[in-house]
Design a protein. Sequence first.
Length: 185
Amino acid sequence: MGWILSDFTFKHRSIVRDVFVETGTFNGASLMRAALIGFKSLHSIELFRPSYENALEQFKLFPQVRLHFGSSPTVLPYVLSLIPSSQTVTFWLDAHYQARIPEEKDPNVGECPILAELDIIRRHTWLVKPVILIDDAHMFRHEEIPKGFDKTQWPDVKQITEKFGAMGLVLHEHNDILYGVVPEW
């Protein structure tokens, strides 16, 4: 919700890679921008069936887009198995609950699957470290948890920083997005 995708840059460098992997398709806006900006291959995972079915219709003319139905911690290992280790990847992690419809959250992981997603990404073999973006940074600072959310189900920035560090990435924050990038970025 926090990021308006426009030019896919961070610190004046492009974050467009070979592959875009998104968790949380929602209305398809981020995926559409990524498809139009030049990613060669795109994958998006959606848990809420109506959003998934809408995306199937919206992206039927985009052969480079593959949509996957299910919970991101369950489906992400499969998606990663489809990506050759020689390809570079940008992740957009946005599968967390939006406090609208209970079916938008997986009861096995609660409101926010970020830590599980990061563990899966960390265990994958990378020739080039990925770029990881996490939407709604304010939720992980635990300062502005809106009504309808359970703060205990959201990791804090320190936990995410530790996960990034285990992958050799450093955390930056800009425009309500947490960026995990290599230190020399």
